[in-house]
Structures are given as C-alpha cells and as structure tokens.
Design a protein around this ligand. Sequence first.
Ligand code: ZN
Ligand code: ZN
Length: 378
Amino acid sequence: MPRGDGCSKHALLKHVTANDQNGWTVRVWLKRDSGQYWPSIYHAMPSPCSCMSFNPETRRLSIGLDNGTISEFILSEDYNKMTPVKNYQAHQSRVTMILFVLELEWVLSTGQDKHFSWHCSESGQLLGGYRTSAVASGLQFDVETRHVFIGDQSGQVTILKLEQENCTLVTTFRGHTGGVTALCWDPVQRMLFSGSSDHSVIMWDIGGRKGTAIELQGHNDKVQALSYAQHTRQLISCGGDGGIVVWNMDVKRQETPEWLDSDSCQKCDQPFFWNFKQMWDSKKIGLRQHHCRKCGKAVCGKCSSKRSSIPLMGFEFEVRVCDSCHEAITDEERAPTATFHDSKHNIVHVHFDATRGWLLTSGTDKVIKLWDMTPVVS
Ligand SMILES: [Zn+2]
Ligand SMILES: [Zn+2]
C-alpha cells in the first residue's frame, strides 16, 4: 500500500495551549512575510478550550470551554483583534462539540453532561435541548431540512428534527462496535459519514433512500477526524495511527454481506467445534468457524487460507476470504480506491480548506500541520 506519498507538508505550527505560563489561550495564527506563522492574538480564557466553530463570513468565533460555557468573539478584519460578544451557559460540564449555523442564527452544542442544546445567537436565549444516550463526539446539521446528527460514545448516531423551540427524534443509526468519534455531512449527495474508535468509517447513504450503509476500512487505529471535499467527492479520514486516508467517493461500493450461520463449513462440510453430534457420527475433530468477508459464508480455516483486499466493499486492507472468492476477485477489483498518507502525528482534529486545497491537522503532540493536498484532492 503506498504510504506517505502525494501530499506535501506546507508548514508546521508549534502549538502549546494548556498548562503553559499564559494559561488557557485562544491564538490566531497569521502567515508573516517571512512565510512563517506567528500568533497575532493571545486571548486568555477562564477554562481550557475544548472545541470551536469559526464562521469566515461573519468572522464569528464560538469557543466551547471545559466549564460548560460557550464564549463568542468577533475577529477584526485584519485578524489582529478579537472582541468578546457574549457567553452562553450551555452545559453543566465540558462542551464537546459546537456548530454555528449562520442561516438560522443558531448555536448548536453538545456536552459532557450528555445534553444537546441549541441557542439563538441573536438573543443568546436557549431554544431547546435533548438528552443524548451517551456523551456526544460528533455533531452535524443539515440546514435545508433542519436535521441534526449527533454521534455519541455508545456508537449511536441520533437524528433529530429541529423546530424553532422543540425537536423530535427521527431515527437512530447503529453500526459501529466502538464509539462514534467524528461525523461529516455531505448536503449535496445527502450522505453522512461516521468515524469510530472501532477503526472504521461508515457511509450512511440517506439520499439513496435504500438504507445502504457502506463500511470503509483503511485505518489501523481509531478514526478521530473526518472532512469532506465536496467538489471532488473525496472523504478525508484521519486516525490515531497518524494515517490520512483520502477516499474516492465516486466509486460505487457494495455493502458487506451478512455473516451466515452454519454448524459445519459451507465449503468442505467439516463440522465446527460445537457440532458434537456430527463430530461423533463422523469421528471428526471440530473446527473453528470463520467468515468470508466477500460472500459471508461460514467456512473453516483451511477453506479460507488466503487474504485479499476488497476495495469495492470498503476493505482497503487484506481480509479473510474463502478460496473460491479469492479466485474470483480480479486484479482490477483489487485496485485501491483510496490513497494513504502518513501525517506522523496522532490526529485529533482536521479541517479542509477547499479553495486552497489545504488540510490542517492538529495532534496530541500539540503540533498543527498544514498540508498541500492539491496533488491528491483533485
Ligand atoms: Zn472447510
Ligand atoms: Zn467467499
């Protein structure tokens, strides 16, 4: 698998926020004539910052804090000044996600207190709330239909329809075996992407109206951040493994099959170990059950000794397949539908700037990296 090729690193920003002598700060980094980035503003905050949402049109910066408050600022045109506008006492504890919706003048947020709430950014008034089943770590909004998507640590995605002052539960999605760590919404194709600590991304095809959900397997660790390049229809997923995976979403992928149940191998008929009767009758030793990722059949280890990637099913890495499926998969079908890049840090946040083709990643190493993605995202 090609790794670390393609995108080039543009700049490296050293970032030290919490625990340094300036306390908890918000900084605005400007590119200087020297080509280097330096902070134009250091703004001290009363509590550690946990999330933020920036609206470039209004230069409105909404910052979620560890103490449950959302602080709103307006940046000056030259980005050399930030003026406090208002504070929202939004949550009982840490704000985990925040989203400013300019069209409706709404501030959406989730907190460690397992609450989703939305405020009017004009009046600062609380408009409504909803109790989530676990702490939310993904938040997206569809402006057109006013649906909000909330991904939480139990692995569930909750979909609510928001009115001015109340909300109704539309549905919930469950597909991950780990917590949801990030959500990304494509309002044009009407697709929702969820990243999870189970290493996978699921593409929920809402616009297709067939209930299709495609799993994308391309990380060796937790998926922690997602971004979508709408103009090229590429999904960017970043993980704890440092991997940046750029998925071509123009490819028609298939759903993975349901795993079939059987008391004996569906290829060679040998009994599995719990099938005592057949083992006794035929004096055979019971085998372990495995499943072919392509056809879903229950097979023994001997009949599924080979591995293959199945990119058209979202498996960019090699997985177990039965011998007949292994023979049937062509080299063409094995062609990767994603590119792999090594960021060399544990990415916790990502932002893609489509106009420049730049990707910003920030990691647990307190470093912010800017990547020129134009060779890859095009
Ligand atoms: Zn077998
Ligand atoms: Zn098979």
